[in-house]
Design a protein. Structure first.
Length: 317
């Protein structure tokens, strides 16, 4: 199969190194799917837990014994610090490039490229792409849902915002009271305090569906966003905020005080300044939005295009 885009020759083989943490898999899934679309890449997942690597083998670039059925890679992507030893052990494979999807604890010169959120304060470089937030697997919607349905996504205590159960619950309740004609879907996360989860479940009714996050599949959020005309997220939930914004659904942020000097909080503030998300006080603007928000944010697509142009092009040459 010939690759599309700017690549010549066979489509690239991409290995995705995962630690099976949902957030890290989400980054890999989003970037991998765009590489499939843009250059016909074939994707192969490797669970880093199945390939333990000693520190000295990582430092020397000596790979462990791998599954022989795996095709030789042209590109290796790793998300999560527990995948880094495996990534480093594979960096000497011929005609292959290695990419880390975060600010690593090892020198960036040990891999061929890095995709790092801007809030990590890394200086830009020829082989460093600074992304607006973390990558995700959400695809921007072509149009906004017609029916008045809203999605509420609740996080929990974090280092970046001052969490308050009562404040979050009161805001959720106020939203539903001020917009009684809307249908609501509420979901928490693994960080949501048990007491708050129970209070949210008490809101279930004819127009309110409360979903246990442990019973949602990998496509649940994308499907719910496609059916929503508005989404409200607690700002501590960095990944969920960027997923909501990427979808294009009008996105509002519940009011929680940011922790001073938090890089994550600063990144969320930048989303508001750019018009991609709205504060609690702009509630009417979110609920009365008639079209998709702009400008569009689709960092997985931008990152895939960048990898094709700056990293894979060298392998294909």
């Amino acid at each position: 199969m010939a690759a599309s885009g700017n690549l010549q020759g066979p489509a690239p083989v991409v290995w995705l190194l995962t630690d099976h943490k949902p957030g890290h898999e989400n980054q890999l899934r989003g970037l991998g799917s765009r590489l499939q679309v843009l250059c016909g890449a074939s994707l192969h997942w490797l669970d880093a837990r199945h390939y333990p690597v000693s520190l000295w083998r990582a430092l020397m670039g000596l790979p462990p014994v791998l599954d022989r059925s795996l095709p030789a890679p042209n590109l290796i992507l790793a998300a999560g610090s527990s995948t880094h030893r495996l990534l480093l052990s594979l960096r000497r494979l011929k005609r292959c490039r290695t990419v880390v999807l975060m600010k690593p604890s090892f020198p960036l010169g040990w891999v061929d490229a890095a995709i790092i959120p801007q809030h990590d304060d890394v200086s830009p470089g020829a082989r460093i792409l600074l992304s607006d937030g973390v990558l995700n697997a959400i695809t921007p919607l072509a149009r906004l849902a017609d029916k008045p349905e809203a999605l509420v996504l609740i996080g929990g205590p974090s280092r970046h915002f001052e969490w308050n159960d009562n404040a979050v619950f009161d805001q959720v309740l106020q939203l539903m009271q001020q917009h009684p004609d809307w249908r609501w879907t509420l979901s928490g996360s693994r960080r949501t305090p048990t007491e708050l989860s129970e209070r949210l479940r008490s809101l279930a009714g004819p127009k309110v569906t409360v979903v246990d996050h442990r019973r949602t599949g990998p496509r649940w959020l994308a499907e719910r966003l496609s059916q929503s005309r508005a989404v409200w997220v607690t700002p501590d939930s960095n990944s969920m905020v960027y997923e909501a914004v990427t979808s294009g659904v009008p996105t509002g942020l519940f009011e929680l005080a940011p922790v001073p000097h938090s890089r994550i909080a600063r990144g969320i503030a930048n989303l508001v300044e750019s018009g991609r998300a709205a504060l609690w006080r702009d509630q009417s603007g979110v609920m009365n939005q008639a079209s998709l928000l702009s400008p569009q944010l689709w960092e997985a697509d931008r990152a895939a295009a960048w990898l094709i142009e700056t990293v894979l092009k060298d392998v294909a040459a």
